[in-house]
Structure formats: C-alpha cells, structure tokens
Design a protein around this ligand. Structure first.
Ligand code: URA
Length: 195
C-alpha cells in the first residue's frame, strides 16, 4: 500500500525504534519538493538540524545549498533528507542497527518522491543505499542505475569543509548530476509515465 506524506510524517514523529529520539530536540524527516527529480540523502541531522527540525541547515547545509545553486537549482526544487531522522549523540556515525531501523522511512520517501537521480552524500548514505562494499573515495562519481533511477555517491559537504582539496572532485560529480538530469529530461516520458 502506498503511504501518504501525512502518514509518513506521523510515523516518523511517533517512532521510537532505535532510541536515538530520546536525546533530541526535533525529528528531522527531510524537506523540499515532494515530486523532485533530484533527491539528496545525507547521514543524519547535526546540532543545527536538530534545533530547527530541518535537514542540512548548518554549515554543511549552507555549502550544499551553494552546490545545488551551482548546478542551476534551488533547495526548493530538490528533496533533501538523511538516512536517520534523529541526531546521533555528538554527531557520531549512526550504527548499522539505527540506520536499518530508519530505512523504511527512507524507502517511503523514495517511493513518494520518485526521483530520477539520487545523490548519496558520504559513506553512510552510500552504504545504506548501495551496500557495505562502497568506499566513498574509490566509488564517488560512479553511476549506479537501478530500475531507471540513477545513484551517484559523492563526498559529504562536511568532508569538503574539513578538506578543501576534495571540492574539485565533488564539483565534477555535481556537474555529472546536472548533465544526467538534462539527458534524462530530453525526449523521455514524464515521471507519470514510469511505473
Ligand atoms: N549532515 C548530514 O548528514 N545531514 C544533515 O542534515 C546535516 C549535516
């Protein structure tokens, strides 16, 4: 059965499956265009996201906003969310159990948005979606296609803030994302034509 946005947000609000919610201010389900062609998936909310209840609104989020603008889009035109919807303490990496507990919500977001291209920001997102074999420095910039949806792992914007030398590769990846969206938009059926 297809979930609705309202029921998904209610399920996330009520969720206590992994215990991360016990020390947070707000759940961070994700936001943006619920019908976007392009979806971004990060790791999990940080301090600012936890305070505001919004994904990618801290320093890493500001960089992500600039990178989205650099490929000719706005945050309102894409959908942005995370693997886990609650901030892990001290911004630690979510455990495999925490990520697995939250995965049904990500799957529901995926089936509601039905994006054509998904950018996986960092190793946690890339592994949660593409599998544990992913190594972000080795596999970033490589396309994987599944059932007509294109997945691109790239560096997390927080990694770019820590190490500026990674920005060149990340920019290359974002340009490839822009080109893929343009190519998919040419001469293809609209989203409603897909199953
Ligand atoms: N890092 C993430 O992975 N997600 C956010 O929402 C913010 C920082």
């Amino acid at each position: 059965m297809q979930v609705s946005w309202d029921s998904l947000h209610a399920d996330i609000a009520a969720c206590d499956k992994c215990g991360l919610c016990r020390r947070i201010h707000h759940k961070v389900p994700g936001q943006g265009d619920g019908n976007a062609d392009l979806m971004f998936i990060g790791e999990g909310p940080g301090a600012e996201e936890d305070l505001q209840g919004l994904a990618f609104v801290g320093l890493a989020g500001q960089l992500l906003t600039k990178m989205i603008a650099a490929i000719g889009l706005t945050r309102e035109q894409v959908y942005i969310c995370n693997v886990v919807k609650c901030r892990p303490p001290q911004n630690r990496v979510p455990s495999p159990e925490e990520a697995a507990a939250c995965l049904p919500y990500l799957r529901a977001q995926f089936s509601l948005v039905r994006p054509r291209v998904i950018v996986l920001l960092g190793a946690t997102a890339a592994r949660a979606v593409l599998g544990d074999q992913i190594r972000i420095t080795r596999d970033r910039g490589q396309w994987t296609e599944k059932k007509g949806v294109w997945f691109m792992p790239t560096y997390h914007p927080a990694a770019l803030l820590r190490d500026e030398s990674k920005k060149r590769d990340a920019w290359h990846d974002f340009q490839a994302v822009r080109d893929k969206l343009l190519a998919l938009g040419e001469g293809k059926e609209g989203k409603d034509g897909r199953c």
